[in-house]
Design a protein around this ligand. Sequence first.
Ligand SMILES: O=P(O)(O)OC[C@H]1O[C@H](O[C@H]2O[C@H](CO)[C@@H](O)[C@H](O)[C@H]2O)[C@H](O)[C@@H](O)[C@@H]1O
Length: 379
Amino acid sequence: MRNQNVVSDEVINTLIAVAAFISNLPVLPSATVPESLAVLGGFWGMPHKNIVKRLEDAKVSAWIDSMRASSPTRAKSETQEKRSWTLYHPSALSTFEQIIYNSKGKQIVVFLDYDGTLSPIVADPDKAFMTRKMRATLKGIARHFPTAIVTGRCRDKVYNFVKLAEVYYAGSHGMDIKGPTKIESLKQDNNKAVSFQPASQFLPMIDEVYKILLEKTKCVPGAKVENNKFCLSVHFRCVDEKSWAALAEKVRLVLNEYPQLRLTQGRKVLEIRPTIKWDKGKALEFLLESLGYENSNDVFPIYIGDDRTDEDAFKVLRSRGQGIGILVSRVPKETDASYTLQDPSEASPLYDHKFTHDQPFISYIVNGESEKEKKKSIV
Ligand SMILES: O=P(O)(O)OC[C@H]1O[C@H](O[C@H]2O[C@H](CO)[C@@H](O)[C@H](O)[C@H]2O)[C@H](O)[C@@H](O)[C@@H]1O
């Protein structure tokens, strides 16, 4: 018979699984999880210190599992599920005509992630350049539709990669938005531009943590800390897998001192950001509002992204029942996107197809309007 006063491994493992699960949830400050569960440990007669240690280890190991899995989480059995995945998330290229049909008569607004969508993933984040062809295509899109880049990058940095003034930019995972607006109440300084920075009070803290992380991670070969203004990235793409645990532990120790910051994850990158309820989905909603489409049924947002953080935007589109999300991925992944593209190079022909080859996309959606008129109506 079991001793009721002793915590069995099963109970501990359940607690650890719960803690690991919670530690992956974005909103809870890291320090609260072990503490609250330690209370349960005490109830079952387990010393607080012991359970806190095991829970913290569990958190790091959950991070590492997640680091290995890349992003978004891959579906369980790739080969088995690939077929049904493709069925539920068909290629945006092969269903192109259907997408166009659904957008008929509506104002298309295009949202694009940067890394892995407009630029290929490369080892050095400072060298993630767009091809000239992609820039020309993007310029073409922005000429016809309101177009926004929604990225984890610092806004200035992504602007330096893209260099197109006609595009809206939502940097730092949407926490730094700039672009034109039609809505009077959103206009700033009597000009037509909108600017929104919901996390500005976190700037000093982000700078402080950036310096600490630079110092703490400099002994991990290949680790790179990137300051994205309202959030930080700790890259581990070039770190030997054997050192991932050590790196994650260093990041965890720093974050323990800053409960107002939380951790999310992208492609081989740990992302640190304020615990405010703001993400790429909220940025999408904000931009739609600033364009005057808050409660409109006549808008058709298209969001293309490759990353776990883009899921927030896909979710918003699903719950609005408007437009479509397109995930750029070669492998089956859990996603709220409706359609898929294999990689940025496949996304490019999609854009090109629209804008340079017979322009079927344009001719379908403008409903008889000349392109000039269309352009006028979306300024
Ligand atoms: O929202 P995104 O535009 O997708 O930004 C997310 C992160 O993108 C960048 O990192 C990713 O791309 C790098 C360059 O290809 C690659 O080296 C890295 O492994 C990827 O995670 C950017 O550097 C990060 O700061 C962004 O958080």
